[in-house]
Design a binder for this molecule. Structure first.
Ligand SMILES: C[S+](C)CC[C@H](N)C(=O)O
Ligand SMILES: N[C@@H](CCS)C(=O)O
Ligand SMILES: [Zn+2]
Length: 323
């Protein structure tokens, strides 16, 4: 059995993923208004990064995702760092999550009635659009000059470094178009990555990727790769998730992960979240139960969800929450 299947079985059929990482860093006082976004905290506030991981573990997360979503080598070089320093910061993102997981697990084992599973650490890899920080992570429009080769070259070294840092999983997050999915699958093979991966897409209409391309075409690409253990969607409005799970189940036999945002919309120019039109946090946990029934095996939250969202999700999915 693979690491993901084992975790899902231990969690009783549906594992809980953490919630918005950058969101919680901000809630604890971090300044992420930065070209590196939440990855700026790897330089300025590493202890806060670990604290956010611990808060999600306490809330009941079975999988925590590292703070490397927007941590890229060119991004760190542009900040004046050397290549060695940039690669060390990538490793640090995984190390902080592993340390939080191990410390939390040790303290759990000391309790008389353990209510937690030993969590898995997923190393986050955001899209090329996240690095561009120009709103293209929600449009999938990378311009006419972009090719599969350029995308592979952008992702290659970060993937090698993160995979070598000892995570349990690699989490490709909010992938907005088919070309990037193709590049990632080819790269996993070319680099013989042994750490199991998940690839999650983002959608703004619930029917297509952000680029307007079909889920079916992308899932065909992912289905062909044995390196991809889990497929899914993240940072997508919660009201679309049940329909998306139904569509994914028609197109794939792989485990499905869903971790939507709060429904608020990112304004890539103004760099702020615009209010949700449909749903607030209140119904997120009730929806999570429906996502489980619809066939998702890993469920959590993305931007603008918090440890309290994940505590409620854990409670409704497992009948118990963290403290
Ligand atoms: C998931 S979005 C809110 C991440 C932030 C964006 N890439 C930016 O840098 O502005
Ligand atoms: N894991 C990242 C995803 C951003 S879309 C975060 O939660 O900040
Ligand atoms: Zn998000």
């Amino acid at each position: 059995m693979g690491a993901v299947e084992e975790l899902v079985a231990r969690a009783g059929g549906c594992a809980v993923i953490d919630g918005g990482f950058a969101t919680q860093l901000e809630a604890l006082g971090a300044d992420i208004n930065d070209p590196l976004w939440s990855a700026a905290c790897l330089i300025a506030r590493p202890l806060l990064v670990k604290e956010v991981h611990l808060q999600y573990l306490e809330a009941g997360a079975d999988v925590i995702i590292s703070s490397s979503y927007q941590a890229t080598i060119p991004g760190f070089l542009a900040r004046g760092m050397s290549l060695d320093e940039a690669e060390d910061l990538l490793r640090t993102s995984v190390k902080l999550a592993l340390e939080a997981r191990d410390e939390f697990w040790k303290s759990t084992l000391r309790k008389s009635k353990p209510i937690y599973n030993r969590a898995l650490v997923a190393a986050s890899i955001g899209s090329y659009g996240a690095y561009l920080a120009d709103g293209s992570e929600y449009s999938g429009s990378y311009g006419a000059d972009i090719t599969v080769k350029k995308l592979k070259d952008f992702h290659r070294r970060r993937l090698q470094v993160l995979a070598g840092a000892g995570p349990d999983l690699i989490a490709f997050e909010a992938i907005p178009n088919k070309m990037e999915a193709q590049a990632l699958v080819e790269l996993l093979d070319e680099e013989s990555i042994q750490v199991p991966s998940w690839i999650c897409f983002s959608s703004v209409d619930g029917k297509h990727l952000c680029s307007g391309e079909s889920f079916a075409g992308c899932l065909q690409i992912l289905n062909a790769s044995e390196k991809v253990a889990v497929v899914g969607v993240n940072c997508t409005p919660p009201q679309f998730i049940e329909g998306i799970i139904g569509e994914f189940r028609k197109q794939t036999k792989k485990a499905i992960a869903v971790y939507p945002n709060s429904g608020e919309v990112w304004d890539g120019r103004a760099k702020r979240w615009l209010p949700a039109e449909c749903l607030g946090h209140k119904s997120f946990d009730a929806l999570a139960k429906r996502w489980q029934e619809a066939g998702a095996s890993l469920i959590g939250g993305c931007c603008r969800t918090t440890p309290s969202t994940i505590r409620a999700v854990s409670k409704i999915l497992k009948g118990r929450a963290g403290h």
